[in-house]
Design a binder for this molecule. Structure first.
Ligand code: FE
Ligand code: FE
Ligand code: MG
Length: 167
């Protein structure tokens, strides 16, 4: 923990750490959901979608690195177990039980929408209070917004393909 770095945070640090751990836990769930989905996926456009899911998995892992570093800087402890990720995360883990492309895309779109709300909340809470966390949350939010659009655009392409193919 950096003592001066922690002292300049203009909000309750324990509350901030609680929010950061929610984000941290959500990133691991997102990573796992994407990683498994990319392996199991079946159906039209599966290669293109699997490539995007794999890329997103790696980006979620990079978010977990950023958030865990910030937690440690502030003197906190990242959630220590996979059981803890589910308990702490406000975003649900959707097991890829049905490997059909459209189902996986919809599950991961829901995950991204939860992540967007989560980082928006973190930015609102840290604005003018903790510039370091604010800046990190902004960088991650930019990527979550991109993820949502990537998946929604693939979902739209898939739907066009299915609709036209059935005529
Ligand atoms: Fe993420
Ligand atoms: Fe994401
Ligand atoms: Mg992408």
């Amino acid at each position: 923990m950096g003592t001066r770095g922690r002292a300049i945070v203009g909000m309750d640090v324990e509350e901030l750490l609680r929010m950061l751990n929610q984000a941290y836990a959500s990133e691991w769930l997102a990573y796992t959901q994407y990683w498994l989905g990319a392996k199991l996926i079946k159906g039209p456009m599966k290669d293109a979608v699997a490539a995007e899911l794999t890329l997103h998995a790696n980006e979620e892992l990079a978010h977990a690195v950023l958030v865990s570093n910030r937690i440690i800087q502030l003197g906190g402890t990242p959630v220590l177990s996979p059981q803890g990720w589910s308990a702490v995360s406000p975003c649900a883990y959707d097991a890829p039980e049905d490997p059909y492309v459209a189902v996986l895309l919809d599950q991961n779109i829901a995950g991204e929408q939860c992540a967007i709300s989560l980082y928006k909340g973190l930015m609102d809470a840290t604005k003018d209070k903790d510039m370091v966390t604010y800046n990190m949350a902004l960088a991650i939010l930019e990527q979550e917004v991109e993820h949502e659009e990537d998946l929604q655009s693939l979902r739209e392409d898939l739907q066009l393909m299915v609709d036209r193919g059935s005529k």
